[in-house]
Write a protein that binds this ligand. Sequence first.
Ligand code: ATP
Ligand code: MG
Length: 436
Amino acid sequence: MLDVALQTKVAKIPITPRIIPRSGHIISRANIDERALKVLYRLNNAGFQAFLVGGSVRDLLLGREPKDFDVATDALPEQVRELFRNCRLIGRRFRLAHVHFGRDIIEVATFRGADAAEEDGRVLTEDGRILRDNVYGNIDNDAWRRDFTVNALYYNIEDFSVVDYVGGMDDIKAGQIRVVGNTQQRFREDPVRMLRAVRFAVKLGFSIHPQTATPIFELAPLLSEIPPARLFEEILKLFLGGCAVQTFEQLRHYGLFGQLFPQVEVCLSEEEGGFPHMFLARALQNTDRRIAEGKPVTPAFLISALLWDPMRRLADEHRAHELSPAEADQLASDTVISQQISRIAMPRRYTQMTREIWALQPRLTRRVGGTPFRLLSHPRFRAAYDFLVLRAEAGEEVTELAEWWTEFQSAKEARRGELISAASKTVPGKRRRRRR
Ligand code: ATP
Ligand code: MG
């Protein structure tokens, strides 16, 4: 236990949390993953404390189905490993135990200390960002290390109560995202929390408490310190979580979007006639619809759409400097992608697919001889065609072309021949975008 003097120095930790008994909340074991229950019970039977924590408690309290079930305990990672045969210890920044059940994992975290900046095990950067964090504590201080109050609730397997140190229960009821502790300090420690605030607010339909929201406008530039690989993970959660349109609008509102996609932000801020915004909104709507329908979505399509306008603009500039269209496109793709991956580390398989989707756009205009048949069997044809449809929907002058490909794909052999000869008569126009 921390001594009382330290407790007052740090965040005024209340000694007694609010305990909501089983009769006072809606969490039922019937809604908890069996494997999570197994982990909780085994820890508890071995004499350790064991709680469900984080997103699963929050989602269960909201009557939503949790995505994953995280466990918090006073057992040390090594002690957890001794209890489970199927357990691996992972992580550097946070050391965690992963208990494996086939392809599923229950994550077990040992309680962390409340304010251990000067202790061994916690490493901060000069500006207060956490680099490594392996100071163990107890539930009293673990709660204060969580990002938002609604993420800092604990479900106790011993008596099925919910333990609330930070007012999370009230914020769940009020539908608001609020940072635990001092907002400025917590955002400085880990600027990704600003992205998480937006993500949770959109996903849960919550508002961001003014005290949490206001500092974001000023602190957004701190995102530049986050390693590009971590940002990629966050981007996937932000844009492939089913609410990409709203997330995009919110990220822009708080000035966070420009930190992630600076080249896109430039185009958006200089936009004429609403083109890039309209195009992106369409692309994100498509993504959300596909996710709602349970269809697969690839990050590559999203990247292609996000960076399309910066790439086109740069290609236009290169053409004005006498490069051939193909060279201009190629150079623009390379430049835009390499600038973007210096901010967000997108794996090569995705950037490669983005290049292919883009490179296929002009090729889709060549509707002569055997070319359309060859394009049809190109491994990226489907993605490139979807991208073409998106461009048409967003007001680019490719509607006729997109409709042609729609018909060509489903047409019988004879009709395909007719389509090709009809298309050969129309000279492919210059690919100029109409800005509407
Ligand atoms: P999701 O439904 O997206 O999984 P989640 O709340 O479970 O939401 P996770 O990223 O899985 O989010 O993290 C689990 C818990 O760990 C969070 O609820 C929060 O308590 C804590 N946590 C995660 N990331 C941070 C962070 N950057 N700073 C402080 N606490 C964090
Ligand atoms: Mg989670």
